[in-house]
Design a protein around this ligand. Structure first.
Ligand SMILES: [Fe+2]
Length: 292
């Protein structure tokens, strides 16, 4: 696949690619939403409708209307992934054995120390930004089995649109963010599991496609101290905090989910109904969505 558009001296190729991306991007959340009967058994038309959205902005939101009674949601999510060529699940040490992670509030134990397992807000990030190259996360699925009583919305942005905003502002920002030493996650030693420090770029091109590793968190992250990287990190924050019609906010209700090429996202704080706790399933893949 052509990658000249990501070469900073190829303004011509970039302009063609940029104009194409901007022309097809959705600008209303409704444009992302596709009604499907059951994600475990997508029809050809449902698959095509979801893929159309993913091609335009790297994400789609589905709304199930007739899931099979008593269905296993994890199995359904796995089947959904396979329909989109997502087969290489990223297994982390907190995931259940099958690599699909139930996200719910944990009051104690190892999981309770990680923000995803609390009711706290999560700042802008892509998933698995701390993974080393062979295990970088390219595909991300979320499925809501049970929403929070209130809150828990996700804000979503296509990383390609952020790249365009930054490059249009100053090519030097992109140069800084593609440095292989731009962002380092320090190593840690947790319960005997030693993880080495992981350094890498924010934007990278793999298999001809642009991808992004990013977190807005301030702890356990080391940005390169050079002025170009510092300026680029500030520019990212400025763009992510600016409201825009192509930055979407969605609350995943029961039977709703996200199909994505690991887009930028947040999670808002939420309030639980103890009788009906929030439960989302998350699947991370090393693959991109096939055909997108
Ligand atoms: Fe996430």
């Amino acid at each position: 696949m052509e990658t000249q558009q990501f070469d900073l001296v190829r303004d011509d190729a970039y302009a063609v690619w940029r104009d194409g991306r901007l022309a097809v991007r959705p600008t209303r959340i409704e444009d992302l939403v596709v009604e499907v009967a059951d994600v475990a058994a997508l029809t050809a038309a449902e698959h095509a409708a979801l893929l159309d959205r993913v091609r335009r902005c790297n994400m789609a939101v589905y709304v199930e209307t007739r899931p099979a009674p008593g269905r296993d949601d994890k199995q359904a999510l796995r089947a959904l992934g396979e329909r989109f060529g997502l087969v290489s699940l990223d297994c982390n040490h907190l995931a259940d054995d099958d690599g699909i992670t139930p996200l719910s509030v944990h009051q104690g134990g190892t999981r309770a120390r990680y923000i995803p397992y609390t009711d706290r807000p999560i700042a802008w990030h892509t998933d698995g930004y701390y993974n080393e190259p062979p295990r970088r996360v390219r595909g991300l699925l979320l499925h809501a089995a049970s929403p929070a009583a209130a809150g828990g919305e996700n804000t979503l942005m296509d990383p390609e649109l952020l790249y365009i905003r930054l490059r249009d502002e100053d090519k030097g920002l992109i140069a800084a963010l593609t440095r292989p030493d731009a962002m380092t996650i320090p190593g840690n030693d947790e319960e005997g599991m030693v993880r080495p420090a992981v350094a890498g770029p924010v934007f990278y091109v793999q298999d001809g496609r642009l991808a992004m590793r990013y977190t807005a968190r301030g702890r356990n992250i080391e940005w390169h101290p050079d002025a170009d990287v510092q300026a680029a990190v500030a520019a990212i924050r400025r763009h992510l905090d600016a409201p825009a019609p192509d930055v979407f906010t969605a609350r995943l209700e029961a039977g709703w989910g996200l199909v994505s090429n690991n887009v930028l996202h947040t999670r808002e704080r939420f309030t639980e109904d103890p009788a009906r706790p929030r439960l989302l399933y998350r699947a991370r893949y090393h693959d991109r969505i096939a055909g997108s």
